[in-house]
Write a protein that binds this ligand. Structure first.
Ligand SMILES: Nc1ncnc2c1ncn2[C@@H]1O[C@H](COP(=O)(O)OP(=O)(O)OC[C@H]2O[C@@H]([n+]3cccc(C(=O)O)c3)[C@H](O)[C@@H]2O)[C@@H](O)[C@H]1O
Ligand SMILES: Nc1ncnc2c1ncn2[C@@H]1O[C@H](COP(=O)(O)OP(=O)(O)OP(=O)(O)O)[C@@H](O)[C@H]1O
Ligand SMILES: NC(=O)CC[C@H](N)C(=O)O
Length: 585
């Protein structure tokens, strides 16, 4: 056996920021080298950020990415780190290739030593990789201190018959997977099982490095890990934070046999095994450090973390230091304000209380209680006068007059955003987006929507969870002196307060009944008959399905927000707006 100290760099790159990401790679390699690592691995497309979407189709970006990779290799060597091999995901192109490659490169001694590319291109859910990349059939195997290390890229683990299926025959002693695997609820357990199964298939230890941070509607949770050849966990990084996972591994030494130059995979592809040797003699024995094994977060903690990180990184990476939102005294805007305080700090959160003639007493007093608890900036802008002026000029009645209030509120947020440079946060939840229960250009206006993928029942759960959570539970929670969400806001009946006595339940089924139907229809794509067969009331199903189908046009105009479920409204669910298909009984 040979000893190797592996560093998995769970970093947060920014899409398109080649210079900033290059600095990240150099800085983290330095930290890994200082910790005595023999190999440092960065996530999939760490140099470009992920996903680059159609930027990959722009020759200027591909060329700049290729130049940046060579520059990083030279910078590492110039800084005295050329002796530590660095494995990094990047964007590449084959001479004469039709499309670019989602690639992984080994940097060593100032050079780009070897570059291979992803075989399985995910093209479902939020992914569009067939559109932008071409697939490759190579398995790189690099001999490092006597251990043969093979590399694969993210989706290559998720599909059968790819490079993992030939790793055992290629004789690898360590399989290194570089990933950009977005968060969704419970995915950490799925990934652990997946890695365990692939380690057993490959017959060797598997090291999995994932990205962390937010990119538009995706949030990467990190959760990098290492499992042994029998699938048993060896090391695990904490979720949602930058982390250098350093682990000492005992790995089998490569045999003298040069191994096959190509291997047929069970699915029919033939993989070329591209071999290089960096050093064939083992590292002298040293005292290994105990591995880090972080506990995964529980369900509500990880959802909340995803919402905070998604909001924080959207604001930061788009140049916003502060946010503004309407605070109504209802639970949705209360939770969004709390997420915002955790994401950018209460000193950078500006809330506006916009009472109308229909606002309840608690609308202002409960909102003010939250302002006091969290220490955010607030102002009151009564809207009755603006509404009356508008009504008088336009002669609006009924729903048109009701919606006017929501639109005037949105004008206030956008005005303050234009004036002070705040990002406007939008308060709609997934139950509202699903049923179209929001006003176009009114409460649905804004730049980023932190809870758009969170069903209303989970909104309440998260508010309760946050009131009990301590800064020790998650490193980025603000240490409020008291519970940040007033109990009065959590227990009150939901209402848009656009007309006297309006309650959500006059327009929608109770959320406890609605949300399970929505989960089955929206996230599991069940048709009308399957929904009824699953036990949902037939009348309720017909009503809900109709509301969802008719609201597609509203969703298409909704701001982006963090994905936390298996199917979000956004890249995950693409339906025609003009659509006469109706689910019928
Ligand atoms: N297929 C299509 N493609 C493009 N546009 C389409 C369209 N169909 C209608 N439209 C447009 O959409 C308009 C109707 O949508 P919209 O103006 O939103 O109005 P609408 O959906 O009729 O009313 C908003 C509803 O949201 C409720 N709500 C719930 C929670 C909070 C709030 C709040 O504001 O705080 C509101 C409110 O009580 C009311 O029931 C039509 O007048 C038309 O202009
Ligand atoms: N009186 C108000 N002052 C400030 N903002 C408001 C007011 N009323 C509504 N809004 C804005 O419009 C959004 C939509 O209102 P909606 O009633 O759907 O949500 P909510 O009041 O936060 O929660 P709930 O639905 O539980 O009452 C709010 O989140 C808030 O941003
Ligand atoms: N970047 C990828 O290839 C990600 C795809 C993979 N199924 C995941 O979600 O982890």
């Amino acid at each position: 056996m040979a000893q190797l100290r592996i560093a998995l760099a769970q970093v947060n790159p920014t899409v398109g920021d080649l210079d900033g990401n290059a600095d990240l790679i150099v800085d983290w390699t330095r930290a890994a080298a200082d910790a005595g690592a023999h190999l440092v691995a960065f996530p999939e497309m760490a140099l470009t950020g992920y996903p680059v979407e159609d930027l990959a189709l722009r020759p200027s970006f591909v060329a700049a990415s290729r130049r940046a990779l060579g520059d990083v290799a030279r910078r590492l060597a110039d800084a005295g780190m050329g002796g530590v091999p660095v494995v990094v995901g990047t964007l590449d192109r084959r001479d004469g290739g039709r499309r670019p490659l989602n690639a992984v490169a080994w940097l060593h001694g100032g050079d780009v030593l070897i570059a291979s590319a992803k075989h399985h291109l995910p093209n479902y859910g939020v992914f569009d990789e067939y559109r932008i990349f071409e697939s490759a059939d190579t398995l790189p195997v690099v001999r490092l201190h006597g251990v043969d290390v093979a590399t694969v890229i993210c989706e290559d683990l998720w599909q059968d018959g790819g490079p993992v299926s030939v790793t055992r025959a290629a004789g690898a002693g360590l399989l290194l997977a570089v990933n950009a695997s977005p968060y969704e609820r419970d995915k950490d357990d799925v990934r652990l099982d997946l890695c365990a199964g692939r380690a057993r298939e490959a017959g060797c230890t598997l090291a999995y490095v994932n990205m962390v941070g937010g990119q538009d509607e995706l949030v990467f949770d990190g959760d990098s890990l290492i499992v042994g050849p029998d699938g048993s966990p060896i090391a695990r990084a904490p979720q949602f934070v930058d982390h250098l996972l350093i682990t000492d591994l005992d790995l089998p030494e490569a045999s003298g046999d040069p191994g096959p130059a190509s291997v047929d995979a069970p699915g029919g592809a033939t993989f070329t095994v591209e071999r290089r040797t960096l050093s064939s003699s083992p590292v002298p024995a040293y005292d290994p450090e105990p591995p880090t094994v972080a506990e995964p977060l529980d369900d509500l903690a990880e959802i909340y973390a995803a919402l905070v990180v998604g909001t924080r990184d959207y604001a930061r990476k788009n140049g916003f230091r502060s946010v503004v939102l309407g605070l109504s005294g209802g639970i949705d805007s209360a939770l969004v304000a709390t997420i915002a305080s955790d994401a950018v700090g209460p000193e950078n959160v500006h809330v506006v209380l916009l009472p109308s003639r229909y606002s309840s007493e608690g609308s202002v007093s409960d909102a003010e209680d939250l302002v006091k608890r969290q220490g955010v900036h607030s102002r009151i802008v009564p809207i009755s006068g603006m509404v009356e002026a508008f009504e008088a000029e336009l002669d609006l009645h009924g729903l048109a007059a009701e919606n006017l209030q929501a639109r005037i509120r949105a004008n206030v947020w956008m005005g303050l955003s234009n004036e002070h440079g705040h990002l406007v946060l939008t308060g709609g939840n997934k139950s509202e987006l699903a049923t179209g229960y929001s006003t176009l250009y009114g409460d649905s206006a804004g730049g980023f929507a932190p809870i758009k993928d969170v069903f209303k029942t989970t909104v309440w759960d998260l508010a309760r969870w946050r009131n009990t959570a301590l800064a020790a539970d998650l490193p980025f929670l603000h240490p409020f002196a008291q519970e940040p969400v007033p109990e009065a806001i959590i227990v009150k009946e939901p209402s848009a307060e656009l007309r006297p006595g309006q309650r959500d339940r006059d327009s929608l089924p109770e959320y406890a009944v609605l949300d399970p139907v929505l989960a089955d229809y929206v996230e599991r794509d069940m048709g009308r008959d399957s929904l009824v067969a699953a036990g949902h009331d037939a009348g309720l199903v017909d009503r809900v399905v109709r509301l969802v189908d008719l609201a597609e046009y509203k969703r298409r105009q909704y701001p982006p927000g963090p994905k936390i479920t298996p199917k979000n409204f956004g890249r995950d669910r693409r339906l025609p707006i003009t659509n006469r298909w109706r689910e019928r009984g």
